[in-house]
Design a protein around this ligand. Structure first.
Ligand code: ATP
Length: 326
């Protein structure tokens, strides 16, 4: 076992449901192993500002079911600077923190790579992002909840779309990754799904709507990721209205509702497993790796690899969407 006495934990970047379950697992596992735990508020920014407090088991009571993060989160401009990172390290020394658990997305791990080039301190990451845009894990904490929220919303939209024979465009979160849109769209039987990973051929999209109109398929739902190359819901609505002036179209941007809410069972279990594994890994001397789950097994991937690899959407899935929407 490696000599670690004081573990710092932070959540960084966009919040995601299940982060609290991860914090709980880290704190309780660390205390079980007789380590001291320090919560760092507002991610890297709180690290720089020394917004750090000692955590006990009761600090994580009654949080497993809560969305957001009790540690709060932030995007820190100061951490992008050498000076910011130096001050952050000095704060860790001040509190004698000699290991870290970082819960966040790709930016958080990019920051970690930079920090650990300059300073040495054992660290394990947990994939906390609704976007599921990280390699090294099949799922990220918050993704399942975000998709369930989107599915519930789109189901409701479909009811009203059907009642009025309207075409609805639903924009979901995902600046660079279309996983939320892809999975929500499949689960809701969307007629079209537009995601950044696949170049949008707008003429094909318009043609399909035209075909539907001719066949009198009166409900048409297009799910679009906010980062799609063609644009978001508003851009799409504009072009649809120009092409089909008689068709009633409505655009809905789901927005931050996708980040909030009580985490699903899957996110709670994932966060609990990975939080527990993170402390065990630190005690075994692992460092600068993200804990993930691949094929049901916990595994560890170096931070550098987590941020470098890009996702590919399988051709089978794209073909399936096309077939099921006919
Ligand atoms: P999400 O995927 O939910 O947006 P994220 O972790 O990707 O989460 P970011 O805001 O991109 O969120 O990153 C979190 C923080 O990591 C940034 O605010 C910044 O402080 C730090 N960071 C990101 N990239 C770097 C970098 N190259 N060098 C130093 N710090 C960085």
């Amino acid at each position: 076992m490696v000599d670690i006495q004081r573990v710092g934990i932070l959540t960084s970047g966009g919040d995601s449901p299940g982060m609290n379950a991860g914090i709980r697992a880290v704190v309780r596992t660390a205390l079980y192993h007789k380590l001291e735990v320090f919560g760092i508020r507002r991610g890297y920014q709180g690290m720089i500002e020394g917004d750090i407090f000692q955590m006990q088991t009761t600090d994580v009571s009654n949080i497993i079911q809560r969305g957001g993060t009790i540690l709060k989160t932030a995007r820190s401009k100061d951490f992008l600077t050498e000076k910011g990172r130096r001050i952050a390290f000095e704060q860790l020394k001040k509190y004698s923190i000699n290991a870290l658990v970082l819960i966040g997305g790709d930016g958080t791990f990019r920051g970690a790579v930079q920090f650990f080039k300059e300073y040495t301190i054992p660290a394990i990451g947990l994939p906390g992002t609704i976007d599921k845009d990280l390699s090294g894990t099949d799922f990220t904490i918050g993704f399942d909840t975000a998709v369930n929220t989107a599915v519930e919303a789109i189901d409701k939209i479909r009811d009203t779309a059907e009642a009025h024979d309207r075409l609805f465009i639903v924009e979901l979160m995902g600046r660079d990754a279309g996983y939320i849109a892809l999975n929500s769209g499949i689960a809701c039987g969307a007629e079209d799904i537009l995601i950044p990973e696949v170049v949008t051929d707008i003429e094909t999209v318009l043609q399909r709507i035209d075909d539907d109109e001719r066949r009198k398929k009166n409900v048409h739902i297009i799910v679009v990721a906010e980062g799609d190359d063609f644009g978001g819901a508003n851009e799409l609505q504009q072009i649809l209205q120009n092409r089909f002036p008689d068709l009633e179209t409505r655009a809905t941007i789901l927005g931050h509702i996708q980040r909030g809410g009580s985490p699903s069972f899957a996110d709670r279990v994932l966060a609990s497993r990975l939080g527990h594994a993170a402390i065990q890994a630190l005690l075994l001397g692992k460092t600068q790796m993200m804990a993930g789950v691949i094929n049901g097994e916990v595994c560890f991937t170096p931070f550098e690899k987590v941020v470098k690899e890009n996702a590919v959407i399988s051709k089978d899935i794209l073909e399936m969407i096309r077939v099921l929407a006919t």
